[in-house]
Design a protein around this ligand. Structure first.
Ligand code: EPZ
Length: 417
């Protein structure tokens, strides 16, 4: 079982390089199923979600190779995965559905898993593919889809990131023009569209609420370098804020982090954007109110780290979670460190400025795990963070090492507790 020992840390200082974005790399890996030529993806992070998806792609008949930091995916004849249980290990596993269906005219997949932060249905993915002409059958935990896809107007009830990605990929090989209305606008959507266009797709409007995809006969191979990880960058900036540090996150893209940077500035820290990255200096002192929303709103993935920033600010902060129904699990753990937080429906009321005491906490999901690590840096004494499901390594490459390089006292201790 992975556990981390975290001691109260001095002000973090120095420079740290952000990795390539997990949530950009995962759909782009799935896009490898759309072409019989190799898709080479640069700087793929060493995280277990990537390993899991690479295993699923192999199970789908793709040739997958890791050459140092690059990964190549080549799918001569993609097929549905044989091992349904692997799908449950990862939400992004559902992103194989659109590509396999579009390439072969049929696909059979298990229901995806991932962080237990809400129900996370796949109805929008299925309804969208149905609108493009797929027949959908539920067979136990499996979903079987078949049919040749034809371009249509599709309206998403919610701007779902995953559904937008699945539909965009499927539509690249559909006959005719597909328009996705109320599409997600996240930077990862734009990145996927850029990669698909490099592979020969005809996509316009990515990053707006209306995406237009003109179907083509086939996609070819490409070499693509995805965007930096905005959530990792944000987490490292929050680590600097809670330790009153001064940290430059190299490679971070401020344009992707606007809502977070404004909110951090409201707390009193200094933010400086440089060509090389984003520097945060100073301490978070002023309480704030924030509401998670689809991009360009405040990202739900930053809500847990920002809860820890709120613990640093003197007075009451309010964090409303509107994207997922069950994303306050870190709060119960933070109470073990002496935090004063009350959750009412989808709002966390945080009374900050009270010192935390080290203790034993458990990682309940990926971003909760990272947030608890930050809380450990703030807390007096020692904190043991248990991560039995390995959440942190699913999504952060070398997070303890990166924090250590800035002066934090964090180490991974296996089998010690
Ligand atoms: C992506 O998840 C990210 N995952 C999540 O990151 C992120 O929190 C989320 O987008 C929101 O930004 C990946 O990119 C791999 P959604 P996704 O579909 O695509 C509901 C992390 O920590 N919904 O935009 O699953 C859903 O229940 C993770 O890195 C439906 O109702 O998110 C949620 O309430 C966690 N039906 C809302 O939409 C559907 O068919 C947004 O979900 C699909 C979604």
């Amino acid at each position: 079982m992975a556990s981390y020992l975290i001691r109260h840390s001095p002000r973090l200082s120095g420079e740290v390089e952000v990795s390539t974005a997990k949530n950009a790399v995962l759909p782009i890996l799935a896009a490898g199923l759309l072409s019989e030529d190799p898709l080479i993806i640069r700087q793929v992070p060493r995280i277990t979600d990537v390993d899991t998806l690479l295993g699923i792609l192999r199970d789908c008949g793709a040739q997958v190779q890791r050459n140092g930091v690059d990964v190549s995916v080549c799918a001569m004849q993609p097929q549905s995965p044989n091992h349904e249980e692997n799908m449950r290990r990862l939400r992004a596993s559902i992103l194989i559905l659109g590509p396999i269906l579009a390439r072969t005219g049929s696909a059979c997949v298990g229901l995806p898993g991932g962080c237990a932060i809400g129900q996370r249905p796949i109805d929008l993915h299925l309804r969208g593919l149905q609108a493009l002409g797929a027949q959908v059958h539920a067979v136990g935990g499996l979903r079987q889809l078949s049919g040749r896809l034809t371009g249509q107007r599709v309206y998403l009830d919610l701007p779902s990131v995953g559904a937008t990605e699945n539909l965009m990929m499927a539509a690249t090989l559909a006959q005719g023009v597909t328009t996705i209305e109320n599409a997600a606008k996240e930077p990862e959507i734009v990145d996927l569209a850029n990669c698909l266009n490099l592979m020969g797709a005809k996509i316009s409007g990515a990053g707006t609420g209306t995406i237009c995809v003109c179907g083509v006969e086939r996609l070819h191979g490409a070499v693509y370098h995805p965007i930096p990880d905005r959530v990792e960058a944000g987490t490292l900036l929050c680590a600097a804020a809670v330790t009153e540090g001064s940290v430059l996150v190299r490679g971070a893209c401020a344009e992707h982090l606007r809502s977070l940077l404004f909110k951090l500035q409201e707390t009193g820290v200094g933010i400086r954007e440089t060509p090389g990255g984003i520097r945060l200096s100073g301490s978070a002192v002023a309480p704030f109110e924030v509401r998670t929303l689809a991009y360009p709103g405040f990202p739900t993935d930053m809500q847990a780290p920002m809860t820890v920033v709120a613990l640093k600010c003197r007075g009451r902060s309010m964090l409303s979670e509107t994207v997922f129904e069950n994303r306050f699990m870190h709060v119960t753990e933070l109470l073990h460190l002496g935090a004063r937080i009350r959750v009412e429906n989808n709002v966390a009321l945080v009374d900050g400025g009270v010192p935390l005491e080290g203790g034993m906490v458990k990682s309940t999901d990926l971003r909760a795990g990272a947030a608890l690590m930050l809380a450990g840096l703030m807390a007096e004494g020692e904190t043991i963070l248990q991560d039995p499901s390995g959440h942190i390594e699913r999504g952060y490459q070398d997070l303890p090492e990166k924090l250590r390089s800035l002066g934090a006292d964090v180490e991974k201790i296996e089998d010690r507790v």
